[in-house]
Design a protein around this ligand. Sequence first.
Ligand code: MOS
Length: 779
Amino acid sequence: MDIEPSFFETNPQAGAVGQPLDRVDGRAKVTGQAKYSAEYNQLPGLTHAVLKTSDVAKGRITGFDTSAALKQPGVLAILTHQNLPKLAKTPNDADGKKAIGAPMGFLPLTTDQIHYAGQPVAVVVADTLERAQHAAALLKVQYAAEKPLASYEDPKAELFDPEAVQDGKTKGHTVRGNPKAAFAAAPVQLTHKYDHAINHHNPMEPGATTAHWEAADRLTIYESTQGVSRTQKSVSTMLGLSAEQVRVVTKYLGGGFGCKGSAWPHTILTVQAARAVGRPVKLSLTRPQMFTSMGHREDQTQTLRLGATKDGKLTALIHEKTSTTSPWDNYAEPNSKIINLLYECPNFEASYQLARANVMTSTFMRAPGEAPGSFALECSMDDLAYELGIDPLEIRLRNYAEKDPSTGQAWSSKSLKQCYARGAELFGWSKRNPKAGATRDGRLLVGWGMATASYPVHNSQGTARARLYADGHAVVQAGATDLGTGTYTVMTQVAADALGLPVDKVRFELGDTKLPTAPNSGGSVAAGTVSSSVYMAVQDVWQKLIKAAVLDKKSPLYRAKPADVEVKQGRLQLKADPKKGEEFGALMKRAEIGDVEGNGQGRYGSGYEDAQAAANADPSKKDEAAHHSMHSFGAHFCEVKVDPELGTVRVTRWVSVHGAGRILNAKTARSQIIGGSIFGIGCALMESTFRDPNYSRYTNASLADYHIPVNADIPDMTVEFVEEHDPYINAMGVKGIGEISMVGVAAAVANAVFHATGKRVRSLPITPNKILETKAASA
Ligand code: MOS
């Protein structure tokens, strides 16, 4: 008996799951009824806070002149490090950081120290937003400024290996086989350096907090976050309250991409401001403040050495990464993980180093590690293909990993060959001219490139609740967040099928710490975890109703063994004789059961595999308990047209094919892959935040100057999924798709640019100046 019955078995027929259902929250969004975290304007006595931030990146605050600001009408408080109410714990405390949660390792307004430009130095609260803004402008802050460091590129920057710091000897290396010797002996040796600009997440909705103290020990926060529970834990820890005294609500989110995956200073500062003025306080970050308040993808350089045989088989991969971090944090995107497993290669080594600079800390951003790591690997694989005169798709097939090279484990499922084949067919890859710089459309150069995508199944678990009413409707709940990607919709579909109800009879609720705990919507775990939790909660409902039926004298199932009863499309029936049974509604009405509530825990990843193995324990099959390696895979195909005189690149065709387990909604899944691919195209061609090397300030902190793709930059995109059945990952067979969509995208574009121009640009973004400056390869 499986500990978690599988959706594959209980719902063999196609139902709502998989259908391209319109978003259930679509109407609320387009009519403005959907309430985002900065829209709780009816709270009694709501006040407004703005952050005063430092223009200086390093130094100390030597004084404030608050007199003019405090005289303004409507001003309620000016909080600084001199008068911020005391917190039980801050991330500055030795034991605080872990409890509060990375990456907030430093809380402003607790010291006179300035560590980065844009650091909040005061919170100004007034009865209207405009009055708060005006008072903040009048507030004068004096600094003793010092010369800051801006990045690892500064000659004064000190590089360190963060894993070596802990025990005094270098440990920050992953080594398999004998990579240095294998590289030295390789008939083909490629060594290339890849640079990556600073990227900012820039979700449409900025970070925003509305804090409402309902009593001295009871707080509700309407927060723009990817995880209500994580925010609850961070804030309650800092305040010294128990978790249930802090309620966090996020009904709608306007994107996150990782920057809303952690608690950040503005949230607790708003909570403190609300405590100080004794009224609800709303704070919404400005767009410029978004560049210094919620992390970014770090400036980084990678060196990849690739050794191969003359027939294109990899023999060694050696990867090094250097990036900038903040004065208090050691975060670095784990780029090497994907390089370690994407292709069969017996010898591998990775190391990384950091330099501290006066910057806000970097954090995870969509496909952290996989996106920049795949840029280096997939460009070098393209180089290898040209070097040997082998088709770029063929070179990948020659190095296809039949099992996970980094662990030796079998894959739980892998449909990459089908993705390659279908993508190539849709794109017309076989018609590609193998020669670079040889295809033209009028005066434009035409290039075709491709790359592989992969993203792991990160272990996760969560809970959900389902309440089924006798009249045939249901309310299903989990404290998940919907980033805008469709969580409301797909969970409605899962619940409807599991309950045997039409989707319009099911309401799915999320985004509240009062609901059962779900994981952060991050790491692409939400769909796989929450769908399993919902499914398991419904199984609990059925178990309770089966028990009621077998005890009910009037039921056709009276005195049956519960284990002999199954539920199909809402009908309780004997497995051996399905004609014997009844609808749940008939049973509930007759037995006067108004509603039944079930709870369930869903597991995603190796925890699910463990649970199944435990349930099926057979001592003679010990090996089956070994875990599978769990990943999604896919392939991108790109056409670009490059203006040889201007260096401008336009993406003119796009095909992505992914294998990601069961697809819960064909429409929202397609949208998510399109969104991720556009995100990747932005990273490839446009997105870059410039940090001034002298002042360590961002010079383009606005959406006018930080370019992201708009509709006119993007062609129609072709997105498909291959059918993939994975019984090892969770009860639903669902893998996440939020991040794989951008893995390999920058490389596919760069490879297409090379094919168009013969110029290899290894620095993101690929802007016109870089194309004009780069010499064409002689190959
Ligand atoms: Mo995502 S970068 O895991 O929120």
